[in-house]
Design a protein around this ligand. Structure first.
Ligand code: SAM
Length: 214
């Protein structure tokens, strides 16, 4: 088996996953309602859950809810979740999917909602950025303002395998430069090899994990 074969990764990943009716329902309901299959992959969701527990996060801000799959992960890991989603259809399905959990899904565009949360003096233990590519730096900047000292910002999808346009590459590079010079944080890149049902071979991706300094 090639080291980079999808099977080699999937089998191992599968062995670590446990049945979770709430997550399975969220995926089935989201697909039935026509939402795109772009929630975090099961193993990444598992990672978010473990991270939440390890840092003892009690409050999580999420940018980009989709159908609430990752929101469920954070909530089941013990956090109160505030999630921002601009698409009314996604918002509606997410509200159905997170029923019974401590998740507030705010309908609105992140760049309008985040300044309001900051104005209210809200602070979160962990901020998860998983929305669109065009505003990564703006989201990151607001996320840092909205994170308590020693909390963390998780900026997902920073190595875009699916959209290799020059513009996106340039944008991605400039976000790294800005984060690298940002004295409010210390940050690292966690590169990933991921398999996805929509992609025939494993691809590189990654996320930035930043700790907000005290
Ligand atoms: N975090 C979700 C999960 O793992 O289940 C997946 C989120 S999906 C990759 C991205 C979502 O961000 C989409 O539902 C999209 O409508 C939303 N989105 C895109 N731009 C946004 C913005 N400016 N403000 C709020 N939501 C946005």
């Amino acid at each position: 088996d090639n080291f980079l074969s999808a099977g080699a990764i999937d089998t191992k990943a599968q062995a670590l996953l446990r049945p979770n009716p709430k997550l399975e329902h969220a995926l089935t309901n989201s697909a039935a309602k026509g939402l795109p299959p772009i929630s975090v992959l099961p193993l990444a969701g598992q990672y978010l859950s473990i991270l939440t527990k390890l840092i003892g996060a009690k409050t999580v801000l999420e940018i980009g809810t989709l159908g609430g799959y990752s929101s469920i992960r954070f909530a089941e890991a013990g956090a109160k979740v505030t999630s921002v989603e601009m698409n009314p259809k996604h918002h509606e399905v997410a509200v159905e999917n997170v029923q019974g959990l401590d998740v507030e899904v705010i309908l609105g565009s992140a760049l309008e909602v985040l300044p309001k949360l900051a104005e209210e003096g809200r602070k979160f233990d962990l901020v998860f950025i998983d929305a669109d590519w065009d505003h990564h730096w703006e989201y990151f900047d607001w996320a840092v303002k909205l994170t308590r000292p020693n909390g963390c910002v998780y900026l997902d999808d920073v190595i875009p395998p699916l959209f290799k346009s020059g513009k996106v590459e340039d944008e991605a590079a400039s976000v790294f430069t800005k984060i690298g010079q940002d004295e409010r944080v210390e940050a690292t890149l966690v590169p990933l090899v991921v398999t996805h049902p929509l992609i025939p071979t494993p691809v590189f991706n990654g996320y930035v994990l930043a700790r907000v300094k005290e």
